[in-house]
Design a protein around this ligand. Structure first.
Ligand code: NDP
Length: 297
């Protein structure tokens, strides 16, 4: 029985952050520019508070300016829109991220589409979605960008490979499929209505799982030697403890795959690293400077 190579997302994310920090230092030294990231949090969702804290910490560690805006859960939409307009106009802010989900009275599409697309480091603005879909220079959503970086690092060129993405969300599945298509994979997007999902998965050289169902994909859905990227983050109770598991049944898949990302420690750490990468990219574009190598799609 073979055992897959474990793709260490934690170590790879540390490398990406180091590359970002190096570029930030050069921007300061050679151009007197400090890239800045503004994060807007509305309300007190505990998971969002943890994400925002980590984002702020890692932004500062990379040498960038971090601006945190914490707004009351009852904040009227007009106040949030006014803050976004101020951040759009602020030359010290190169990236703006509005932490999702927003409280129910706020229209997330309206809010995201109010961000200047050039500062939309989450890549969710409709202009960036369109640019990515048409193969033009876009701000690319962080999680799929992280997956693409890991795949390129492992395989080199992806051209001609069969890729199956399970999940069609706007945040992960669809942009992931666009990126793989951009790298000349033959791409299938599967979802809850896909017929014979097991057979569809079995043809994948690259299998990306972005479903949100604990250990839904067993090892016998994986083609021998395939690369498995598990985006899922699911909390389950095991032996009286809360444990994080992916969408792939790691123990059976690791015996079949050629390479696999673990959960935790796979895709997860890459997401914030790519947010920092996108902020540096946005800063370079804003100042007409060369973009850092290997940090964009
Ligand atoms: P969504 O809930 O938005 O989308 C889930 C997708 O999975 C949908 O397209 C849905 O299909 C599909 N799906 C659901 N059930 C099945 C099934 N039985 N068979 C096939 N497809 C199915 O989730 P996200 O894309 O936002 O997130 C997916 C996972 O990734 C979650 O676990 C999330 O926590 C994790 N995540 C991790 C990140 C990270 O940093 N590592 C970042 C973002 C997400 P349909 O459209 O037909 O309903």
């Amino acid at each position: 029985m073979t055992t897959a190579k474990i793709i260490d997302g934690k170590a790879f994310a540390a490398k990406v952050r180091a590359r970002v920090a190096g570029h930030v230092a050069r921007l300061k030294e050679e151009h007197g520019i400090t890239p800045g990231l503004a994060v807007v949090l509305v309300g007190e969702d505990p998971a969002s508070q943890v994400y925002v804290r980590n984002k702020g910490k890692q932004t500062a560690e990379a040498g960038m300016a971090s601006f945190e805006h914490k707004l009351d859960a009852e904040t009227p939409e007009a106040d949030l829109m006014a803050l976004i307009a101020r951040l759009n106009a602020d030359p010290a802010v190169h990236g703006i991220l509005v932490q999702l989900p927003l409280p129910g009275h706020l229209d997330a599409d309206l809010v995201i589409n109010a961000i200047d697309p050039a500062k939309d480091v989450d890549g969710f603005h409709i202009s960036n979605v369109g640019l990515l879909g048409t193969g033009q220079k876009a701000m690319v959503p962080c999680t799929p960008l992280g997956c693409l970086m890991m795949l390129r690092d492992h395989h080199g060129a992806l051209s001609g490979m069969e890729a199956v993405v399970v999940g069609r969300s706007n945040i992960v599945g669809k942009p992931m499929a666009q990126l793989l298509l951009g790298d000349s994979c033959t791409v299938t997007i599967a979802h809850s209505r896909t017929r014979d999902l097991a057979e569809v998965c079995r043809r994948a050289d690259i299998l990306v799982a972005a479903v949100g169902r604990p250990e839904m994909i067993p090892g016998d859905w994986v083609k021998p030697g395939a690369t498995v990227i598990d985006v899922g983050i699911n909390r389950v109770e095991r032996d009286g403890k809360t444990k994080l598991v992916g969408d792939v049944d790691f123990d059976s898949a690791v015996a079949v795959a050629g390479a696999i990302t673990p959960v935790p420690g796979g895709v997860g750490p890459m997401t914030i690293a790519c947010l920092l990468a996108n902020t540096v990219t946005a800063c370079c574009r804003a100042h007409g400077l060369a973009e850092p190598e290997g940090l964009t799609a």
